[in-house]
Write a protein that binds this ligand. Structure first.
Ligand code: NAP
Length: 465
């Protein structure tokens, strides 16, 4: 019999999760010398993961990366099985019956908690849900956010927090030029929010946001940005650390933030207040269980044994009078049914992408992972390219060594039969392209990149199901 990975006997691979990492993994595999057939599964009918459901609607350039994914999808040995969920429609055992290798690229589908009292009061939300809502993710499109309040706090100073603050501060006219979901555009049109606080627990030099993102906050059409001068100033330890490491990007970031301290309020209708050295202590509510404020504790920075600077509460408290709180303190991976998981790191138990047996800590034959569910929710979209390459390298090494699953039904037709049987409403890439065309055509009429379909039923109808 021919070796697996040749034209007569292609390596059959299932990739779970059609975000950027899933496509990068597919691309690396299809470019290799091995003959690979790929089935890319996603629980949504639409591909692209966080490029569609996470990247901010006013950051269209970042979304241009999908043109490269379309090229991958056009490869004759690539198929998309959308609207098919692992654990619901197919199991890991099913995949073992049909593929030589399986790669989990499911990202980080939930958020980290602040761990403070009042976190679940009405009006306190995970930023991830707000992001999914304004981006039209079908599972989140029916959420509601009370935008009739005048003040909102965003906890955390990563790029997601910046996205949330910026979307809250953009004018309806600015938003109307984007592909923000229509329900969110309508709600944000009626928004009465006048003040948004962006809250960092450490100082400006430790802020996780990147320089273009913080600079953009200073360029909003109808929002003034400010920062208390004392909080924008560098403490001695941060200054010493920056001088020692000569970290130019962070020096620039600190300088951008410092310029915001000099800015006076203008006639702009909204204010974005950047705060540093404050941690949430409690989300405060009224008798009806609605958020009325966010109690903060002031911090000072102390060095850790590893040389980083950590926030230490001083005991000095204040209450911000806000009616909405968005926690944006990081994403968190969720376990997949039947796949070993490291609970404390919230990632699939793995080494360089090879999934490990939890008992023996040895690689499980034929199971791999890549992206955020492999390494945690860090880095930009492009970071997942080398990450996926590392996993694919392991996959190809194992193929060469014959360390593969032995599927009982390896034919491509058999896998498609399984999908048709378990989920008659599965979506092919051609189905997605019809949805894409419809969305883009709707957008063109209003001078927008696209108008998103946000219900699975609508997508099925457009695909002619
Ligand atoms: P992130 O970059 O890890 O930022 C998390 C923020 O939460 C940090 O400021 C962190 O502060 C803070 N935090 C954590 N626990 C906290 C607590 N208990 N109380 C108060 N603050 C707390 O995460 P993210 O913003 O979710 O972004 C995820 C990844 O996606 C990042 O790599 C990001 O760059 C990327 N992304 C990029 C873009 C873009 O390129 N435009 C847009 C969105 C997301 P400490 O530093 O003190 O821990």
């Amino acid at each position: 019999m021919a070796a697996v990975g040749t034209a007569d006997r292609p390596l059959r691979v299932a990739i779970i999760g059609a975000g950027p990492t899933g496509f990068y993994a597919a691309d690396h595999l299809l470019r290799s010398a091995t003959t690979v057939e790929i089935d890319l599964y996603d629980r949504l009918p639409t591909p692209f993961g966080l490029v569609r459901g996470g990247v901010a609607p006013d950051h269209q350039k970042i979304k241009a990366v999908t043109a490269a994914f379309d090229k991958v999808a056009a490869h004759p040995r690539f198929r998309f099985f959308g609207n098919v969920e692992l654990g619901k429609h197919v199991t890991v055992d099913d995949l073992r019956r049909h593929y030589h290798q399986v790669v989990y690229c499911t990202g980080a589908q939930t958020d980290r908690r602040m761990g403070v009292p009042g976190e679940d009061l009405s009006g306190s939300h995970p930023a991830t849900e707000f992001v999914a809502w304004y981006n039209g993710h079908p599972d989140y499109r029916d959420l509601t956010f009370d935008l009739s309040v005048e003040r909102a706090a965003v906890v955390g100073v990563g790029n997601v927090a910046v996205d949330v603050a910026r979307i809250l501060c953009r004018t309806p006219d600015e938003l109307a030029q984007t592909d923000i979901a229509d329900h969110a555009l309508e709600a944000l049109r009626r928004s009465r929010i006048k003040e948004v606080y962006l809250l960092g627990r450490r100082g400006p030099a430790q802020a996780a946001f990147t320089n273009p993102e913080i600079k953009e906050l200073g360029e909003l059409a109808d929002t003034d940005i400010t920062v208390p001068a004392a909080e924008a100033a560098l403490d001695d330890a941060s200054r010493a650390s920056l001088e020692r490491t000569n970290d130019r990007a962070t020096m620039k970031k600190v300088e951008i933030i410092r310029t915001y301290a000099d800015r006076a309020r203008t006639e702009r209708s909204r204010a974005l207040v950047l705060r540093f050295l404050v941690s949430p202590a409690e989300v405060v509510g009224d008798d009806a269980g609605r958020v009325t404020g966010l109690e903060l504790v002031r911090n000072t920075l102390v060095p850790t044994t590893t040389g980083t600077l950590q926030a230490k509460p001083t005991g000095e408290h204040e209450v911000l009078p806000v009616g909405l709180v968005f926690r944006s303190v990081g994403y968190r991976g969720v376990p997949l049914p039947g796949v070993p998981f490291n609970e404390s790191w919230a990632v699939i138990l793995n080494e360089k992408g090879r999934v490990l047996d939890p008992d023996t800590k040895q690689p499980l034959v034929g199971e791999f992972t890549a992206g955020w569910i492999k390494r945690g929710p860090t880095g930009v979209i492009g970071t997942n390219k080398p990450d996926a390459a590392e996993t694919v390298q392991c996959m190809l090494e194992d193929t060469a060594a014959g360390r593969l699953l032995t599927p009982a039904e390896p034919a491509a037709d058999a896998a498609e039969r399984l999908v048709r049987e378990r989920q008659p409403q599965w979506f092919s890439y051609a189905d997605w392209l019809k949805v894409n065309e419809t969305e883009v055509a709707k957008g063109r009429a209003g001078g927008r990149p696209r108008v998103k379909l946000t219900r699975v039923d609508e997508m099925l109808a457009v695909a002619g199901r």
